[in-house]
Design a binder for this molecule. Structure first.
Ligand code: SAM
Length: 196
C-alpha cells in the first residue's frame, strides 16, 4: 500500500528508465507523505529484503512532517534550499554522496501558472547547485517541473552537467497537469571539461 498515488509515476519511470537498483544511495527531495520513498526503499533494497543483493540507502527531506518509514531516514520540517541542510544531508549519507537525487518537490501553488512555473524552476536550479556537493560522479537526477517558458534554462543547465538528459511525461500523470520530469543521467562532475 502506497501513501500516495504519486508512487505509480516513480514506478513507471523506474521500470522504463532504470533509475534505481539495489545498493544505491538515494535522496528523495519533497518526500512527504513518503510514497516515492516507499518505492525507493524497495528498489534499492534498503531493508536488505533480498539477502543476495547489495543494501541501499534512502534519505527523504521535506518542509512537512513525514511519518516514519522502515528502511528510510527522514529529515522532516527541513527546507532543502537551506544551506544548513546540506551539511546534515552529507552527514547522514553513508558515503557522504548520493547516487540518485529524486525531486518531486512542488512549491505552494498560487494558481498563477507562470509564477508557479518560475518558482518550481528556481527550486530545481537551486537543487542542481546543491547536487554539486552531494551527487556522485555518474549520478542521476530525476526532477519534476511545471512546463513553461523557463524550462529550457533548467534543461540547459542539466545538459552542461549530465551526459544524458531526457524529458519524461509519465502516463500515470494526469493529462491536464503541466507536470513533466527531467531525467538527467551520468553526472559529469567536471569530467567533460577535462576531455577538452
Ligand atoms: N513524492 C511525494 C510522495 O510520493 O509522497 C510527494 C511530493 S509532494 C507532490 C511535494 C512536496 O514537496 C511537498 O510535500 C512539499 O512540502 C515539498 N517541498 C516543496 N518545497 C520544498 C523545499 N524547499 N524543501 C523540501 N521540501 C519541499
Amino acid at each position: 500500500n502506497y501513501r500516495c498515488r504519486s508512487a505509480f509515476k516513480l514506478l513507471e519511470i523506474d521500470d522504463k528508465h532504470k533509475v534505481l537498483r539495489p545498493g544505491l544511495s538515494v535522496i528523495d527531495c519533497g518526500a512527504a507523505p513518503g510514497a516515492w520513498s516507499q518505492v525507493a526503499v524497495q528498489r534499492v533494497n534498503a531493508l536488505g529484503t533480498d539477502p543476495n543483493a547489495p543494501v541501499g540507502f534512502v534519505l527523504g527531506v521535506d518542509l512537512l512532517h513525514i511519518s516514519p518509514l522502515e528502511g528510510a531516514v527522514f529529515l522532516p520540517n527541513a527546507d532543502i534550499t537551506d544551506p544548513v541542510m546540506l551539511k546534515k544531508i552529507q552527514k547522514l549519507l553513508p558515503t557522504g554522496r548520493a547516487d540518485v537525487i529524486l525531486s518531486d518537490m512542488a512549491p505552494n501553488a498560487t494558481g498563477i501558472r507562470e509564477l508557479d512555473h518560475q518558482k518550481l524552476i528556481n527550486l530545481c536550479l537551486t537543487l542542481l547547485d546543491l547536487s554539486q556537493s552531494i551527487l556522485r560522479p555518474r549520478g542521476t537526477i530525476l526532477c519534476k517541473f511545471w512546463d513553461g517558458r523557463e524550462a529550457h534554462l533548467l534543461q540547459n543547465r542539466l545538459m552542461e552537467h549530465f551526459q544524458d538528459v531526457r524529458t519524461i511525461k509519465p502516463q500515470s500523470s494526469r493529462k491536464e497537469s503541466a507536470e513533466i520530469y527531467y531525467l538527467a543521467k551520468l553526472y559529469n562532475d567536471g569530467v567533460k571539461h577535462q576531455k577538452h
